[in-house]
Design a protein around this ligand. Structure first.
Ligand code: UDP
Ligand code: MG
Length: 311
């Protein structure tokens, strides 16, 4: 009998103590018997008892591995750690809240068996997703496509299967502002998309507050293109054009009417407009400069305080 292929499951966890045991149970029942498994829980600096829950699960299941960060490094870095440490022939990442339905896993594996090297999932928006989330994600993906050079499909989720060949390549990505949803379409290889319907969050609350989502969107855009910098050129041209029209107008007023001095309001207005645009552009430039500053330090993406992986 040939040896079974091994599949790694990568599960980032941030304050998921309530739902984790249930998640683990659901996950185990969804895994086809044909393969061997390794379940990697990445504890992303949770402040609750997540790590205790993971450890007790690991006691009963030898295939459970954990990596515990020294603090919260964010979802994307937790994914990176899981991909880095995975020892399987492929890795499947999914959220710990059952919003990425484990029942879909056999289908992802099936696609992999057919020869695809990356199997993406696309979240179909429907009832269980809040209106706010729908709207923000709609804006997000549209903005991403407009402002950057990568074509991310609407609803692209961090629920995906990645072949060993690609995992080895991903290890080379050491940028601090990681954004897998952008990197994955960028890297090529044989890819396929599988649609799914998201479930209601099983327990706990979403870790993506509005503030975090805005930060995430900024990273998505500014990590993938310098197009926003080009905005300044367009805006500059636009303002110059307005100024030209205005110049024609005041020349006309000066020569052909007798009320040329009335001007204070317009002066203030144009000063404000130009000043505002200057600030906006400085902000965009500052955003990129700040990124360069951080990337330049070449700090690690995450620090591990505890793990049961042998090093
Ligand atoms: N997560 C993480 N670190 C964070 C935030 C979230 O590891 O800083 C994990 C979280 O535990 C979950 C997944 O990433 O497994 C997605 O987070 P969440 O469900 O809160 O996001 P949403 O589904 O609302 O987009
Ligand atoms: Mg979720």
């Amino acid at each position: 009998m040939e040896t079974k292929k091994k599949i790694s499951l990568v599960v980032p966890c941030f304050n998921e103590e309530e739902g984790l045991s249930k998640f683990n149970e659901t996950l185990l029942t969804a895994l086809p018997e044909k393969y061997e498994y390794e379940i990697i829980y990445v504890n992303d600096g949770s402040s609750d008892k997540t790590i205790e829950v993971i450890k007790s699960l690991a006691q009963n299941h030898p295939e459970i591995k954990y990596i515990s960060f020294s603090r919260n490094f964010g979802h994307q870095n937790a994914l990176k750690a899981g991909y880095d440490f995975a020892t399987g022939h492929c890795a499947i990442s999914l959220d710990a809240d059952l919003q990425h339905p484990p029942v879909l896993i056999p289908e992802l594996i099936q696609k992999w068996a057919e020869g695809f090297e990356i199997v993406n999932t696309i979240r179909l928006d429907h009832g269980s997703i809040s209106a706010g989330k729908k709207l923000s994600s709609g804006i997000f993906y549209r903005l991403m496509r407009r402002m950057s050079d990568v074509n991310i499909e609407t609803g692209m989720a961090d629920f995906r299967l990645i072949d060993r060949k690609v995992l080895n390549q991903l290890k080379l990505f050491n940028e601090n502002y990681l954004f897998f949803r952008g990197i994955i379409p960028w890297i090529g290889f044989k890819q396929v998309n599988v649609p799914f319907r998201a479930n209601e969050r099983f327990a706990g609350t979403t870790k993506y507050t509005l503030k975090r989502m805005i930060k995430f969107a900024m990273t998505g855009v500014t990590s993938f293109s310098v197009k926003p910098l080009r905005l300044s050129i367009y805006l500059g041209i636009f303002i110059a054009f307005l100024a030209f029209i205005y110049a024609v107008y005041i020349t006309y007023v000066y020569f052909f009417t007798n009320h040329a001095i009335a001007g204070w309001t317009s002066v203030i207005l144009s000063v404000l407009a130009v000043g505002g645009i200057n600030l906006l552009m400085l902000g965009i430039i500052g955003e990129y400069l700040g990124k360069l500053f951080i990337e330049n330090k070449r700090r690690p993406n995450y620090l591990i305080s505890e793990t049961n992986f042998e090093s």
